[in-house]
Design a protein around this ligand. Structure first.
Ligand SMILES: *Cc1c(COP(=O)(O)O)cnc(C)c1O
Length: 369
């Protein structure tokens, strides 16, 4: 058995991306141009929406999409407590108020039933996060939204290519927001993209990513510069052609490891029910609370065995200290499924280029715990 360290993730970039970036640089055009447009078209086609708007980050995609739908000061936006904080900060930057609802236990994504309990007459939007590559249950969320007149922005930053009931996520809500950050399923270095079928919203998003300009000399909205650039888009165009293949390998690695893990008495590996294709941004494993073992012990065991892992979102987001600095008080909020889950999920190595022998070693190490 080799004793080399097995990394949890590694870049999935090859000669084709390098060539495409070199060509972009040689073209002499670096800021938004034909490659950004081609990437927007290809990405939205992949997701199944009429429009794609490339932006600088996933956070900007969320922020701009919310703003385009008119979400602003005092509006309430329902978010899950188990996600990267950017889902929440996009809401906060607009002066809107994040309202936390609980997650479903099997897919760790926002629960429609829990959302229903926190809807008020100030609620304007819901942001379901497709957590770690799983799909949030969009049908009941969209039903609730249409009943109450709410906007749904899917946070797809961890779910490029994930499917729910035969549809690619990012095409189900009123808009989707993707990150193209270095560690995501595919990357442009830094970057993001908004997907939508709404022509008017796509138009506003394009204005909001670029100084709020309606034309070269007229600024009609206050907005940052949040554009995607040609070099990133060149990389993204190649990455997109590889996405299905990368996902297939991610899925195969994850299912192999998790199927073996399910046989172990201490392991808690929930099976998400329903028609979905999980793309495993993480290969998520938990330790059963009544097993006499803890996640800290599993971490120590993985450390000693040279296996990398992710251990993230160790607090429900309503406990983040920044919220208090904004005068928001969530001390009464207690969401049982989230409280039970945060800090308990580890992501195991499952990246597309994980060699079979390493995958096998991850399983052996889990068996030895
Ligand atoms: C990565 C991520 C973001 C933010 O994307 P950036 O490109 O880093 O700004 C937002 N939401 C979730 C769930 C993420 O994982």
């Amino acid at each position: 058995m080799s004793s080399k360290f097995i990394k949890v993730a590694t870049p999935q970039v090859g000669e084709e991306e390098i060539q495409a970036v070199v060509e972009a640089i040689k073209s002499g055009r670096y800021a938004s141009g034909p490659r950004v447009e081609a990437f927007e078209e290809a990405f939205s086609k992949y997701v199944g929406t009429s429009y794609g708007v490339g932006v600088s980050t996933g956070t900007a995609a969320l922020h701009i999409a919310l703003e385009a739908f008119g979400i602003g000061k005092g509006d309430e936006v329902i978010v899950p407590p188990l996600t990267f904080f950017a889902t929440v900060s996009a809401v906060l930057y607009l002066g809107a108020i994040p309202v936390f609802a609980d997650i479903d236990e099997d897919n760790l994504c926002l629960s429609a039933e829990s959302c229903r309990k926190v809807v008020t007459d100030k609620t304007k939007a819901i942001i379901p996060v497709h957590f770690a590559g799983a799909a949030a249950r969009m049908d009941p969320i969209m039903e609730l939204a249409s009943e109450k007149g709410l906007i749904v922005i899917e946070d797809c930053a961890q779910a490029h290519g994930t499917m729910y009931n035969g549809r690619v996520v990012g095409s189900i809500g009123h808009a989707g927001a993707f990150s193209l950050f270095a560690t995501k399923h595919i990357t442009t270095g830094e970057g993001g993209i908004i997907t939508t079928n709404d022509e008017e919203i796509a138009k506003i998003c394009k204005m909001l990513r670029s100084h709020g300009m309606s034309d070269r000399d007229t600024h009609v909205r206050l907005a940052y510069n949040n554009r995607l650039n040609e070099i990133g888009a060149a990389m993204g165009l190649v990455q997109l052609t590889k996405l299905d293949d990368l996902n297939a390998r991610r899925i195969a690695n994850s299912e192999y490891i998790l199927d073996e893990a399910r046989k172990l008495p201490w392991a808690n590996v929930p099976v998400a029910e329903g028609d979905m294709v999980h793309t495993y941004f993480w290969c998520p494993i938990m330790v059963k609370p009544d097993s006499g073992r803890t996640v800290e012990e599993l971490k120590a065991h993985l450390d000693a065995s040279g296996i990398g892992y992710r251990h993230r979102y160790v607090n429900p987001l309503y406990k983040q200290p920044v919220l208090k600095t904004l005068g928001l008080d969530y001390s009464d909020v207690f969401l049982p499924n989230a409280e039970k889950t945060v800090g308990q999920v580890l992501g195991l190595p499952n990246h597309p280029s994980l060699p079979e022998e390493d995958r096998e070693r991850v399983v052996e190490v889990l068996k030895a715990f």
